[in-house]
Design a protein around this ligand. Sequence first.
Ligand code: PLP
Length: 394
Amino acid sequence: MNKTGWVADEISELKASGRYVPIRVLQSAQGSWVTIDGARKLNMCSNNYLGLANNPETVKSAIDSLRNYGVGAGAVRSIAGTEEIHIALEKKIAAFKHMEASVVFQGGLLANTGTIPVLVGKDDIVFSEELNHASIIDGVRLSSAKRVMYRHMDMQDLRNQLKEHRSEGRRALIITDGVFSMDGDIAPLPEIVDLSDEFDAMSYVDDAHGEGVLGDHGRGIVDHFNLSKRIDVEMGTFSKALGAVGGFSAGSYSLADLIKQRSRPFLFSSAMNPADAAAVLKSIEILERDDSLLKKLWDNATYLKKGLGNLGFNTGTSKTPITPVIVGDEKKTLELSKQLFENENVFASPIVFPTVPKGTARIRLMPSAVHSRDDLNVAIEAFRKIGKALGLIG
Ligand SMILES: *Cc1c(COP(=O)(O)O)cnc(C)c1O
C-alpha cells in the first residue's frame, strides 16, 4: 500500500484540472428514462440506439438461453467454451452482413485487439485514420506493425501516405472507423476500398456505430455503400444498437479460421456468455423482420437536430443520429451538462479534450428509437432554458 501514494496525487491532479470524470450510477434498466440518485432522468447519452438493451423479445431470448445453457460458457472457446449458440450467432452475423464468415468475441474492443494482430505483424504496415477508436489504436500497437496516420476523412492524404510508405511493409492494412462517434460523420469507404485495391492493401472497417443504424435494415456501413464483396474485414460490436455485449469480425472463411487459431482474446479469454449470444441473435432477427425501429431512430434524430439548430445551437456536420452540441469552451460545456442534469433532469454527458480537440468541447446527444416526441421536446426545452441562462444562445 505504501508504494502507491502517487495514485492519490494523480487523482487530485485530475480533479484540480477539471479532467476527473465522475461516473453516474444507474438504478434502473437502460431506456429513454433512467433512475439516478433516486430521481428519473431523461437519458440522452446511451448507445442503445434501438432500445434493444431492454426489449421484451431480447430479454425473453436471454432468459430462455439461461435455462438451456446456464450463466457462463465455462472456458475459453478453443478448449470447451464454444456452444452451438456461438456458432449460430457467427453464421447469423455473416449472413446479415453479406460476408462469408464471422468470429464472435466478448467485446468490440477485443474484436479489434484480437483481429488486427492476426492480419499484420512486425514486417507489415498499417494506414490508420487519425480519429480511429482507442481499440483500433491498441490493436495496431499489439500487432507491432509500423503505423502511418492519415488525416480525418482526407483521401488525398491517404493516397499520399500510401505512395510514400506502402513499400515499407510486406502486407499493408488500411483501417478506419465507419461512423466517427464524436461527430457522427461517415468514412468515405468506397474511396478507401479503391485505394486498397490500387495499393494492394487490406481494408478493414469498424462498424460499431453503423450496426442497426446504417444500411438496409441496419446491416451497417458496408451494406450502406454496397461493398461486402470488396471489403476485407468488417468488425462490429453487440454493445450498441444490438443492445447486449460482445463483438465480431467478419471476412472470408479462411480469415475466420485463422482468427480461431491465432487470436489471443479468442484463445486466452473465456467465451461470451450464451445468454448474450441469444439476445444478439434475437436483435438481428428483429432488425431483419422489420425496420420500424430504424425509421423511428432516424425520425427522432432529424427532429432533435432541427429543434436544437432552430434554437441556434451548433450541431456540427453529423450524417447519423449522433447529435453533438458543440459549445467550444470546456468549462461552459461542463456547466451546461451539470445544469441540464440538476435543474432539468436531462442526463447528457460532456465530452472534452482529449476525447475531442481543444476548443470543440461538446455535449453528445444520442437519440434513440425508444424516445417519444415528448421526450425529445423535454430535451430541446431544457437546452433552450439552460442555453439562454448561460448565454450560449440568443
Ligand atoms: C464502442 C466502440 C468499440 C468497442 O466496442 P465494445 O463492444 O464496447 O467493446 C470499438 N470501436 C468503436 C468505433 C466503438 O465506438
